[in-house]
Design a protein around this ligand. Structure first.
Ligand code: XMP
Length: 211
């Protein structure tokens, strides 16, 4: 199954709620992070939950285990169903997010290799592959892997088996949904939907890649 996940990086709660309503029939989850939460507060999560869609917290948590756990507790007490953390911080920090997510019946996704061009400055030499190994060892639910490099995401798929892959980089960053949809469990789309003249129609277009 391939889901469409809306990255709702708008900067007002009003825009967020309006776009969520227009796109809800064509998407499977909403991902929010610093842009919206810093602008509108974490309470926006409770308001967005009215759409009845799973909410993923993209704070790319990268801290010591205790702080990561505190962040994750806050996230899950605001109705999120998933959290994204970084993998490079190591096993104990990833485990803190995974355990907290699972304690709340939620999911934890670990960033392996990012979608932007600069990601390759550091994410090479086998680091992403090692993080994929960590994902299996810590029982995380899946990874975030780039739609902009389908060949890398395919390789990471061989390392994580049936764990989920959510893939950002489609649309504004140039990733082609047709090239990635069959490899991943979720396509993350931001600007190509929320900056469109008609976000509902844009989301409907992407919903062709849902399976
Ligand atoms: P756009 O507008 O480029 O938004 O479609 C993409 C969304 O996904 C986030 N993003 C990432 N998150 N690992 C992540 O965990 C990545 O490699 C990555 N690339 C993009 C971005 O912050 C935005 O919300």
């Amino acid at each position: 199954m391939t889901d469409i996940i809306l990255a709702l990086d708008v900067s007002t709660g009003k825009d967020a709620l309006s776009i969520a309503k227009k796109t809800a029939p064509f998407i499977d989850a909403i991902k929010i992070g610093y842009p919206l939460v810093l602008a509108a507060g974490l309470e926006i999560a409770n308001q967005l939950s009215d759409e009845g869609l799973p909410l993923i917290a993209d704070f790319k948590v990268a801290d010591i285990p205790n702080t990561s756990r505190l962040i994750a507790e806050e996230v899950f007490s605001h109705g999120f169903s998933g959290i994204i953390c970084h993998g490079f911080v190591g096993r104990d920090s990833v485990l803190a997010c995974v355990e907290t997510a699972h304690d709340h019946g939620g999911e934890c996704y670990v960033v392996t290799e990012m979608s932007h061009p600069g990601a390759v400055d550091f994410f090479h030499g086998g680091i992403a592959e090692r993080i994929a190994g960590l994902v299996c060892e810590t029982n995380a639910d899946g990874i975030i892997a780039p739609a902009t490099r389908p060949e890398r995401t395919s390789l990471l798929r061989t390392l994580i088996g049936t764990k989920k892959i959510l893939s950002p980089g489609v649309g504004a960053q140039g990733g082609d949904p047709a090239a990635i949809a069959s490899i991943v469990d979720g396509i993350i789309v931001g600007r190509a939907i929320y900056e469109a003249k008609d976000p509902g129609s844009a989301a409907e277009e992407y919903s062709r890649f849902r399976t």
